[in-house]
Design a protein around this ligand. Structure first.
Ligand SMILES: *[C@@H]1O[C@H](CO)[C@@H](O)[C@H](O)[C@H]1NC(C)=O
Ligand SMILES: *[C@@H]1O[C@H](CO)[C@@H](O)[C@H](O)[C@H]1NC(C)=O
Length: 238
């Protein structure tokens, strides 16, 4: 009887220890894939049976680069643990269609086995970006398809001060501009000082994009057309 109780205790103790271990260590899907595919949107399956245990400070990641020439696509993909400070999702259309195309996607997430994307369908579709423009902060940023000629998502704030102006405009959308250069680095418009601030280019919190919808959102507006109009109305109404 005594021994039985002791075993119970031992079992509970071990259970406690193992759940403590679980809490400390993150498990992620693990795998590497390199292949030439005819139609990766249909045939490529990113599922992997292997799992690895991350070291402290590592998150789960899944990343893929797809380069298409004609009817063949090179697919290079990896899943596993990787040292990264924050959850983030990046989608870059390096070279848009027609012709040669190159698309990359990477996702860092912090829940157990969260790097579990199976398909690349959404990645080969038209680039979509969260799109909005607002004085202050955007309340919503619907995902809209990008016009031809754009190849990445922009997200930034343009801050104006001086000439009795104290305003900032939040802007998100499709662009071909690399980096935080919507305003082409100009530092003033008349008496107003201009400051452009961007978080990491094309990075979104993956929690908000679990459905995969947000990061594929598309922009209807052409930012280049929209921003001057907005700046004008700002100037007129103040
Ligand atoms: C990928 O393969 C796994 C098993 O290998 C299967 O369970 C899963 O449904 C497949 N996913 C897709 C999208 O075909
Ligand atoms: C963009 O380019 C694609 C491929 O060339 C074409 O099918 C599509 O109609 C174009 N879209 C616009 C809005 O011009």
């Amino acid at each position: 009887m005594q021994a039985y109780h002791f075993q119970d205790f031992l079992f509970l103790f071990l259970l406690g220890v193992s759940s403590l271990t679980l809490a400390q260590h993150l498990y992620c899907h693990k795998g590497v894939y390199v292949n030439i595919e005819d139609d990766p949107a249909q045939t490529f399956n990113w599922t992997t049976e292997k799992v690895e245990t991350c070291d402290n400070g590592e998150l789960c990641q899944e990343s893929v680069l797809m380069i298409t020439a004609g009817d063949k696509t090179a697919v290079l993909a990896t899943k596993g643990c990787f040292a990264q400070l924050m959850e983030a999702m990046t989608f870059v259309q390096h070279a848009p269609s027609p012709g040669l195309t190159a698309v990359s996607y990477s996702n860092y997430c912090e829940d157990p086995l969260c790097n579990s994307r199976q398909k690349t369908t959404s990645m080969t579709a038209t680039l979509h970006c969260p799109t909005c423009v607002a004085v202050g902060t955007c309340l919503s940023a619907p995902s809209l398809p990008c016009p031809n000629g754009t190849n990445r998502c922009y997200r930034g704030k343009v801050e104006l001060s001086g000439g009795r102006m104290e305003s900032s405009v939040e802007v998100k959308g499709c662009t071909s501009i690399i980096g935080c250069k919507l305003m082409a680095r100009i530092s003033s418009i008349g008496p107003m000082a201009v400051k452009e601030v961007c978080p990491h280019q094309s990075v979104y919190q993956s929690r908000k994009t679990e459905s995969g919808a947000t990061w594929l959102l598309v922009s209807v507006w052409c930012l280049a057309l929209l921003l001057p109009t907005l700046l004008q109305s700002l100037i007129h109404f103040s």
